[in-house]
Design a protein around this ligand. Structure first.
Ligand code: PMV
Length: 346
């Protein structure tokens, strides 16, 4: 059998999102209640998810590890409506059915509906300008709200899998605190879900630096695919992640900010290097991003233990301890501190 025939056979047998939903909701399908409401936090990965082994099911090449952002996130209320079309409001504003956001939501809700539309009201406390992935908290809140609406009573593992089908990083947003998303190895992804780590580190601080709110040139989905398929450096990524995960888990256990910061910063910069090694090359950074990185490195040289991470955008997030807060906020104007220890409410 030649390669294209193998690829075709694999494609033919590939599982769809609907197969996974079918399996998880087996015996739980029922008519919706009046409405369901839930909150889910946004999260920042300390070890990134970058690249999928299955584009349909959002199965990752590697595991990843994140910190949830407390009360920064999305609260979603969902209710069935009379008409066939979904109606979506974001922060009180009705969105056009043609917007990419609503199209993505509608495609996801197709997995659950039986002929009717939904009214979906989402209120997000994630600062739009901070370049935080709103899809993570958005899809996680939606899945938790659907669980309420239908009374499925699914456990967190199943909810994490359903959230992953909406957006990979959403699998981590069904939990507070430090969270690890296990890559898993199965084709159906039933072993690819997130779990909360038994770690409490209230002295660790996360700060957001919003450098640009401009729309990104390439979405994370396309950028990941481009990197995986064309990035000369991507082959090195899984091994880099494996090492960083060991370091980060150890640093969380020992409350060692230097070890954590070094692994998290290096992990983020390596992710960006893999993007640059693809074709077309992808670079999310702006001149301000580079200036900020240089300011972080200068601060460390002068004895301030501050570290950074970046996602698929130009903005920079800082990691440091509470005891260094004034030394860090002095240096980085506009730094927004996140209360990761404060829980959001539904
Ligand atoms: O879940 P997505 O498709 O929005 O991808 C998230 C990708 C990063 O934010 C860059 C990394 C991560 O692990 O959150």
């Amino acid at each position: 059998m030649n390669v294209s025939r193998v690829a075709w056979r694999r494609k033919e047998c590939a599982l769809k999102k609907s197969d996974v939903v079918e399996e998880l909701l087996d015996g739980r399908r029922r008519a919706p209640g009046a409405s369901g409401t839930a909150f889910a936090p946004a999260n920042i990965a300390l070890c990134k998810y970058w690249g999928k082994r299955d584009d349909e099911l959002n199965l990752p090449m590697t595991s990843s590890l994140s910190l949830s952002l407390g009360a920064l996130g999305a609260t979603t209320e969902i209710a069935p409506c009379d008409g066939p079309a979904d109606r979506v409001w974001l922060n009180g504003e009705a969105l056009s059915g043609e917007s990419p956001f609503v199209r993505r939501l509608t495609a996801y809700l197709d997995l659950y509906r039986s002929g009717h539309g939904y009214d979906v009201h989402t209120v997000s406390t994630v600062p739009v300008a901070a370049g935080l992935a709103s899809s993570a908290s958005g899809f996680a809140a939606l899945v938790l709200a659907l669980n309420e609406l239908y009374g499925w009573e699914l456990d967190r593992k199943a909810l994490s899998i359903l959230a992953r089908l909406g957006s990979g990083s959403a699998s981590r947003s069904v939990f507070d605190g430090f969270v690890e998303w296990h890559a898993g190895a199965r084709d159906d992804g039933m072993d690819s879900y997130a779990e909360r780590l038994d770690v409490s580190w209230p002295e660790l601080r996360l700060g957001l630096l919003a450098l640009s709110s401009a729309e990104k040139p390439v979405g994370s989905r396309d950028a990941m695919k481009n990197t995986r398929d064309t990035g000369a450096l991507y082959a090195a990524w899984p091994e880099k992640v494996a090492g960083d995960l060991v370091e980060i888990r150890g640093a969380l256990r020992d409350k060692d900010v230097e070890r954590l910061g070094r692994a998290a910063e290096s992990n983020a910069l390596t992710m960006h290097a893999t993007m640059l090694s693809g074709w077309p090359p992808i670079l999310y950074w702006l001149p301000e991003s580079v200036q900020t990185l240089q300011a972080v490195w200068a601060a460390r040289k002068e004895g301030v233990p501050v570290y950074c991470t970046m996602d698929a955008g130009p903005n920079v997030k800082l990691l440091f301890l509470d005891e260094d807060r004034s030394r860090v906020t002095e240096r980085f104007e506009g730094l927004q501190l996140v209360e990761t220890n404060r829980k959001g409410s539904a």
